[in-house]
Design a binder for this molecule. Structure first.
Ligand code: NDP
Length: 601
């Protein structure tokens, strides 16, 4: 059968299905997530912060505070801002980086920009009175906005930068968390919010020989401009006489490669799986439009976007971009049964991916390179990318795509990169190999939390997480976690962070005002929440697609252990999750939390 739509090339769904499976097979490997290495041990040098002066010291801090926030990225900033709005003054933020920003502190690679519209992605725009300069803001502007939030909510005085939490222990007598850091701080906090981010742990591919490379190498989240020259807007003049290799072609690489191509003498792009790259069409912010905005506009726009990308039809598509195009389900509405809808959905996906592949043919001149750049999987198997210069970069004479045909780089030698037995000599090697997202929350956290009776969260969650709303866990009083584990998720993740921060601020504000000493999830509430998670799990599995090409969306294509079900996000939809939190707050009775009265010493 051939599917045709007026004005479009025909395609055979059967042939595409077969091709998708074939491409997936090529990429499956038994080691799944174990193929990656974190930036420790022999790789610890990759983790050094290139954006701060070396040798920073400060006196250790010993203090007693109401709230400690771990993480100074969007999540931590939002939590702190909402707490300030709730009248909480005594708070501390501990942040590994040298400033606020989190992802936007670390990711300064050339070309870095948000890929969700800046008007809905940058938090607290109305509260700070700021309007981004472009529809998709570039990294320096986003980082500066994080600093703006820090200043506006008076958070700099509360921040301990270049500091990492090492250990958290619940002190039963004091009814506080006793927290130590790598700078010798001892913080006694009544509440702790962990807003450690979802993509904060960079990872390297476990390619043999990485540590033997004698040239210069770094991960994209630790870009070494001292070596490359230039800055986040490009212009890396020191690469003019360098042979550069980049490993990875995900969302980060897609943004960095055009700049590397423009600056390097020679660029080799080592690809395992091509990304789907749609149109970006970035635009300067329309001043006339800004003048029309009424108070509350940002939340309205955020809600409009999330509604559309979660299948909740809207009269108007305010954002109108590549994301809302992917999720536009107008065509699906004519299906009369769920089966017909599923079939139609697949046909629409085939067609939209055909458009992505046709774009490659239209832009990339060399047909072999063009073929290798075409993604063969369903649209949401991997994070969709949007860029208007990426594909064209492969038309440059100094840029070569080295397609590993799904197998990945074979070996790193002291002088270069080996693929299919051939060595490509490079002076500089950039790892655009991403961040840990699959795997357990407690592993990604990077420090241990010991709750009541000294029990480690790692041990408590050895068979999977147990929480209420993904935020509270029994045995760990006064601890509030922002994560994906049993919690909401969204294309525009800031939408969830904003709701989680309001939720946390409500709970903590209320406890402080009403003299509540401790709150802790009840066993029964956790069990009920688990049943909710379980109920949605099959839906999540379908979205995460075991039939998808491997990646961090589907645990690298390896069927996860049963405990992973417990670590899954809430699969009922972004808006439904938000509704759960809002309804819970409306009840105003801290339902499912065991409460003990009495302040702490
Ligand atoms: P990804 O995990 O998406 O990409 C990692 C890349 O490294 C993939 O192309 C992967 O190939 C490749 N790779 C891994 N191991 C090997 C190997 N052995 N040989 C060759 N290639 C290898 O990381 P990114 O940093 O690109 O993106 C992470 C996430 O960060 C995004 O999904 C997005 O959510 C976010 N992001 C957001 C941006 C924004 O808002 N503008 C911009 C950039 C990132 P394979 O696909 O085969 O696994």
């Amino acid at each position: 059968m051939n599917a045709t739509k007026k004005g479009e090339a025909s395609f055979s769904p059967e042939a595409l299905k077969e091709k998708y499976l074939l491409e997936r097979e090529k990429r499956l490997r038994p080691d799944g997530n174990a193929q990656y290495r974190d930036l420790s041990g022999v790789y610890a040098d990759f983790d050094k912060d290139p954006y701060v002066e070396p040798g920073f010291t400060r006196p250790a801090v010993t203090e007693t505070i109401d709230v400690l926030i771990v993480g100074g990225g969007f999540g931590g900033l939002l939590a702190a801002a909402r707490l300030r709005q709730a009248g909480v003054e005594s708070l501390r933020l501990v942040e590994k980086g040298g400033d606020f920003g989190g992802t936007w502190y670390w990711n300064r690679y050339p070309g870095a920009a948000c890929d969700v519209e800046s008007y809905i992605y940058l938090p607290l725009l109305e509260e700070t009175g700021y309007m981004p300069k472009e529809k998709y803001a570039k990294a320096p502007e986003i980082f500066a906005h994080c600093q703006r939030i820090g200043r506006q909510f008076d958070l700099y005085k509360a921040a301990l930068f270049q500091t990492q939490v090492e250990q958290m222990d619940w002190d039963e007598d004091a009814r506080r968390w006793s927290v130590t850091t790598n700078r010798g701080d001892r913080l006694a906090a009544r509440f702790v919010i962990i807003a450690g981010g979802i993509l904060h742990k960079a990872k390297l591919p476990g390619i043999p020989g990485i540590e033997t490379f004698k040239g210069h190498s770094f991960h994209t989240s630790r870009w070494d401009y001292a070596y490359t020259g230039g800055g986040p807007m490009g212009g890396m003049t020191r690469l003019a006489d360098k042979r550069v290799g980049i490993i990875g072609t995900g969302a980060t690489a897609v943004q960095a490669i055009p700049h590397l191509g423009a600056s390097a003498k020679q660029l080799y792009v080592f690809q395992r799986t091509p990304s789907g790259v749609g149109v970006r069409n970035n635009q300067p912010t329309d001043e006339a439009w800004v003048k029309t905005l009424k108070p509350g506009w940002q939340q309205e726009r955020i809600l409009n976007f999330t509604s559309i990308v979660t299948g909740n039809q809207q009269d108007v598509d305010m954002v109108r971009d590549g994301w809302t195009y992917i999720f536009d389900d107008t065509e699906l509405r004519r299906a009369e049964t769920p089966e017909a809808a599923a079939e139609l959905r697949q046909m629409v996906d085939f067609r939209k991916m055909e458009e992505i592949r046709a774009r490659v043919d239209a832009v990339v001149k060399d047909p072999v390179t063009a073929e290798a750049l075409k993604p063969y999987y369903n649209q949401m198997c991997k994070r969709p990318c949007f860029h208007d210069e990426y594909l064209d970069t492969f038309n440059r004479s100094n840029v070569q795509l080295v397609d590993t045909e799904g197998k990945g780089v074979e070996r790193i030698t002291p002088t270069g990169v080996v693929v299919k037995g051939r060595e490509y000599e490079v002076d500089c090697l950039v790892y655009a190999s991403g961040f840990e997202l699959s795997g357990e929350y407690t592993r990604r956290l990077g420090f241990d939390i010991r709750g009541r009776g000294g029990k480690s969260l790692r041990d408590s969650w050895a068979e999977g997480a147990a929480t209420l709303h993904g935020m509270h866990s029994r045995g760990y009083p006064n601890l509030l976690m922002f994560s994906l584990t049993q919690s909401g998720h969204a294309i525009n993740f800031v939408h969830i962070l904003n709701e989680q921060s309001q939720h946390a601020a409500y709970i903590i504000g209320r406890c402080l005002k009403q003299g509540i000493g401790t709150i802790e999830a009840t066993e029964q509430a956790q069990q009920q929440w688990w049943e909710v998670i379980l109920g949605h799990f099959s839906k999540m599995a379908a979205v995460g697609g075991v039939e998808c090409t491997p990646g961090y969306f589907n645990n690298e294509g390896v069927l996860p252990p049963p405990s992973a079900m417990r670590n899954a996000p809430f699969g009922g939809g972004t808006l439904e999750f938000i509704e759960v939190l809002r309804n819970w707050r409306k009840g105003d009775d801290l339902a499912g939390l065991e409460v003990t009265l009495g302040g702490t010493p």
